[in-house]
Design a protein around this ligand. Structure first.
Ligand SMILES: CC(=O)[C@@H](O)[C@H](O)COP(=O)(O)O
Ligand SMILES: NCC(=O)COP(=O)(O)O
Length: 251
């Protein structure tokens, strides 16, 4: 069974557009779980444009389902520019304090609009080794945000990752086009490599109610999908509970 982890970044984005706690991130997490979501994902970026460090602490204290925190492991502390909002303590300090079930390391710079590529482990693999070791000592499962490239996936295993999360943005962009099957095949091939070397497989980014079923039924042993952007719009259009059940029906 593939687990559905709902990403709450966009709930936090709406909240941050006013000096308020509405909409409540924890309340929406509870509603998603009550509707059947298997986990919650957040991505605290240094500028805290949406998910803040304090959200991570609050969710870690309340969740009784898988908590997945995504982010750049090299992200340094950053002063908050909002009165009443705590400073960003550095990504690894959030993980040390929350010890989530899973940490998905993502090679995002602070200036990126969104996540748009996987790691280059030929460049960053050595730097990640001690971080992966520390996360394991904290009892945290480690997933690396990766492109569907065999050499890179094998390197992820070599440096000790438990899972990879395939960046599905290119698949979503190709969905419905003449390139769809060719692009999907790269993800199928990547899933075969992951299965061969005993690496768990997650996936995420731009998955939605149109493209999810084909992806989840095509790749091998998909353990988890994390979905937030499209889910948030679907929740507005059809209601949160129906949206969760609609995504579950695609898995
Ligand atoms: C890593 C990834 O693809 C998403 O988890 C990421 O959280 C999206 O970030 P934004 O919600 O800031 O676009
Ligand atoms: N890791 C992907 C994620 O958490 C959500 O990505 P998106 O659905 O917001 O594109």
């Amino acid at each position: 069974m593939t687990a559905l982890s709902i990403n709450l970044n966009k709930i936090a984005l709406i909240r941050n557009s006013r000096d308020t706690e509405y909409p409540s991130v924890p309340l929406h997490a509870a509603r998603c779980v009550a509707a059947g979501a298997h986990g919650i994902t957040v991505h605290p970026r240094p500028d805290q444009r949406h998910i803040r460090a304090d959200d991570c602490y609050e969710l870690a204290a309340m969740l009784d389902v898988e908590f997945n925190i995504e982010g750049n492991p090299f992200a340094a502390p950053m002063k908050s520019d909002r009165p009443g909002v705590s400073d960003y303590p550095g990504f690894l300090n959030i993980i040390r304090k929350t010890r989530p079930a899973q940490c998905t390391l993502v090679p995002d710079t602070n200036s990126q609009l969104t996540s748009d590529h996987g790691f280059d482990l030929t460049r960053d693999g050595e730097r990640l080794l001690p971080i992966i070791e520390e996360l394991h000592e904290l009892g945290v499962r480690v997933s690396l945000f990766m492109d569907p490239v065999e050499e890179q996936i094998r390197l992820a295993r070599e440096i000790g990752a438990d899972r990879i999360e395939l960046y599905t943005g290119p698949y979503a962009s190709a969905f419905g086009s003449n390139d769809q099957d060719q692009v999907l095949q790269t993800f199928i091939d990547a899933s075969d490599v992951a299965a061969e070397i005993g690496l768990g497989l997650n996936a995420g980014h731009d998955l939605n109610l149109h493209n999810l079923m084909l992806f989840s039924s095509s790749v091998k042993d998909l353990l988890e999908v994390s979905i937030g952007h499209a889910f948030t719009v679907d929740a507005i259009e059809m209601g949160l509970e129906k949206a969760v059940k609609s995504y579950l029906a695609c898995l």
